[in-house]
Design a binder for this molecule. Structure first.
Ligand code: 1GP
Length: 242
């Protein structure tokens, strides 16, 4: 089955999914095997690789190294078309729906086609919605777009539904890496309740309690990056989950 089919199946069965986000700018290649050993002790089901920038062009080597040390599905979470590599299993084909910058609505997507043609990457159309997470995050800076305020629940919901209506297969509510405020549970609830497609939530989730909050509010898949980078005991804390 495809990665997407598996996500759908999990949603139907109420099984929650957790992705670790590996940023090629932040990880040391030689450290990847050890890092993945820790990943494997936890309830993590997916590996996302990507970042707003990939300053040293390490994406491909990072993905290849990860691939050698895991059987978990690897999805590219690209900050730009330059991060696309065939070494992964699939790609979140993102459109930054919260912004009004054509570069991240369609231009990057067009530029990525040459690389995508002829690969076996599973392409998953994803509506990406940037929400104010309390600090100016890299996505905001790089995409030159403003996040939607958490007070603007209706705009967030309508943006998510506009994504679904235009054929996205996933919606990703993103507070931004390193956010000080995660997407509020009321917002996750409202979007999850109205959406038919699976919902991803990420940004600023640093504790088991926050993870539970996101899952209970209706997130089907949660993404965590910073908390694992800063505290690897967190993998051990997440070795089981009710
Ligand atoms: C960023 O949602 C992810 O795209 C993860 O954010 O690094 O804050 O966990 P954190």
């Amino acid at each position: 089955t495809s990665i997407y089919q598996h996500i759908i199946q999990a949603k139907i069965e109420g099984q929650k999914l957790l992705a670790v986000l590996i940023d090629p700018d932040k990880i040391d290649i030689s450290y990847i095997p050890q890092f993945l050993q820790k990943v494997h002790t936890s309830i993590i089901t997916h590996i996302f690789v990507g970042g707003s920038t990939d300053a040293e062009k390490k994406m491909e080597i990072v993905v290849k190294t990860i691939k050698q040390h895991t059987t978990l599905p690897i999805l590219i979470f690209p900050g730009s078309h330059e991060q696309i590599t065939e070494a992964a299993d699939g790609i979140l084909f993102l459109s930054l729906l919260s912004g009004r910058n054509p570069k991240y609505l369609i231009e990057q997507q067009v530029q990525s086609v040459e690389k995508l043609i002829g690969t076996n990457l599973e392409i998953i159309p994803t509506g990406y919605i940037l929400i104010d997470g309390g600090v100016e995050t890299a996505v905001q800076r790089v995409s030159e777009t403003k996040p939607i305020s958490q007070n603007n629940k209706e705009t967030i919901l309508h943006t998510a539904l506009a994504g679904q209506f235009s054929g996205k297969q996933l919606i990703y509510l993103e507070a931004g890496s390193g956010a000080t405020k995660m997407v509020h549970e009321k917002i996750v609830q409202e979007v999850a309740r109205n959406l038919k497609i699976p919902l991803i939530v990420g940004g600023g989730i640093r504790s088991k309690t926050q993870l539970e909050t996101a899952f209970n509010a209706g997130a089907d898949l949660v993404v965590i990056g910073t908390a694992f980078e800063e505290n690897e005991d967190f993998f051990f804390e997440l070795r089981s989950f009710k």
